[in-house]
Design a protein around this ligand. Sequence first.
Ligand code: ADP
Ligand code: MG
Length: 620
Amino acid sequence: MNDIIHLLPDAVANQIAAGEVVQRPASAVKELLENAVDAGARHIQLIIKDAGRTLVQVVDDGKGMSFNDARLCFERHATSKISCADDLFAIRTKGFRGEALASIAAIAQVELKTRRPEDETATRVVIEGSEIKEHGLTVAPVGTSIAVNNLFFNVPARRNFLKSDATEFANIEEEFNRVVLVHPDIAFTLYYNGKMVLQLAAGNLKQRITGVFGTAFNDRIFPIEQETDFMKIGGFLGKPEHAKKKRSEQYLFINHRFVKSSSLNFAIENAYAQLVPEGHHPPYFIYIEVNPATVDVNISPTKVEVKLQDDRLVFGFLNAAVKKAIGEFSLVPQLDFDYDKDLDPGNVPTGMPIKPPTVTLDPSYNPFRSSGSTHKVSFGGGGGYSAPQRPSGMSQDWDSFLRDIKTTEVTAAPAPQPAQMQIVDEAASDDPIAAEAFLPIYKKYLIVKIKGQLMVVNLYRAYERIIYESYITALKDTPVVVQQSLFPETVTLTAAQGELLNELKDEFKRLGYEIEPMSSTNFAINGTPVNEEIGDIQELIESIIDDYRSNRMNRMMETEKNLALCMARQRRSSVKPIVTMEEANSLLQQLFSCLMPTISPSGKKIYETVGEEYLQNLLK
Ligand code: ADP
Ligand code: MG
């Protein structure tokens, strides 16, 4: 009988290996970004189309490759990063297996363009399904561009395994975050479907975190730093009040590599015990450095679990360091670090509609529980009222507003009489903010006089903010009560709209809309929010779905914020006009108990104060 064992052709072997290395577009993103980092790039661009299905491209300005290396890099076990097994224990680069490019080229149509600084010409290689189609000279800037087209073009089974665009893109974003959070000194730009969606300038770690997660994080995190002979811990921890039900903002890096470790996570979360509500998880961005020889990274390339030699030692040290940082932080709660909004270009997503501010409500927040950092603001008539614990930065505008009012009064009086001084002192003692007069004007504005100053409020925006935050609470915590309809109305949508509505059914329910699919395009509305005048339900649902879809595509908003925003935009116009002083004060009270009273969820200014100076200028 003939021998039956034979070696698999390279293309087949590569395809099998690819199964492990490249499971989804996000895996290709990870590998290409890491290669660019390893190549010493200062600026890395990530270009994605259709959640990576049609294109994943990384362009870097790193050291490039020679003509031959450009061809060799697609061979299996082709690497410039290690040369013997011992090197494995002293790895300082991200990659070392030499598998990534070979795997990617086995299952996609790849175009590589690369040039070293010392070369005059660049090299272009086109490879499809492990087959080199072109290898020649071209013109290109120094650095490397690798475009991965039509991932899984020759493995339809894998292509079919991919999830929705939203999910695949979320995975890509996550891989992107894991890389950019370790390299704040490298600039990154992210393009999605032809639009620049995120631009991160090179800067410090805090700037990078706020660049990725929004400027609100500036006030939500505090530093952790600890060092001994055998390990070093640095980074930032989230303030306990910003703990979330999801673990999505927890990042742990060991020797610049993202890792997951349930025991180390426990070491961190345990230090927060009693400070965060049950089932909530604090954000953290922790960077541990240990001797590379004590970490085993030689596990599957896509795995992020880590094996440490001194597991228990690291556990104890990490736990103590987090506790210490929390302790220090509560002693000095108002530290602001090295952040200057105006100097931080990293947060400007140019070429994009302005992102709404990211607001997170603390569902466990109890407005009647007073605590050290609670602002006592009392509105007229209603007696004492404590504003919720806003992160200090967010309340800044309100605080400075109050301060401004006080200073204006003091300075406005040329020679303060004792009696006037007394009034000021009284004001300083308990901050009574009561509208002394109010005037609704042009339908959507409310002018109120507070402590001698005028404040102009855009009512639509104020309501949008108030409603938005209440919807976030409804989505995350306490759902709106549904009133069953005796005669359910039906809503007819396009198939695409219908699919999205189906996806959002549960969220709609939390907002008070009980929706039952009759077919892919017809839906019965069996219940609506109790005590709410809905109007044209067909129009309402249609506008929300369309608005939602465009937010998701263009701004990549997450489900809850997106839906709350769309709903708030629709519902804000249905509120009743303000007629009485009580209504005016109640509006102010509601507005200033919001997390972000100054800016609407659509990103617009909600109110402006008009002082004497302004009027003087007006009539100059
Ligand atoms: P590994 O990163 O494990 O070495 P890869 O398959 O990812 O394996 O890459 C193979 C080799 O190709 C790398 O070792 C490196 O020499 C070269 N290479 C890959 N990407 C780049 C890049 N962006 N710039 C310069 N060289 C690169
Ligand atoms: Mg690599």
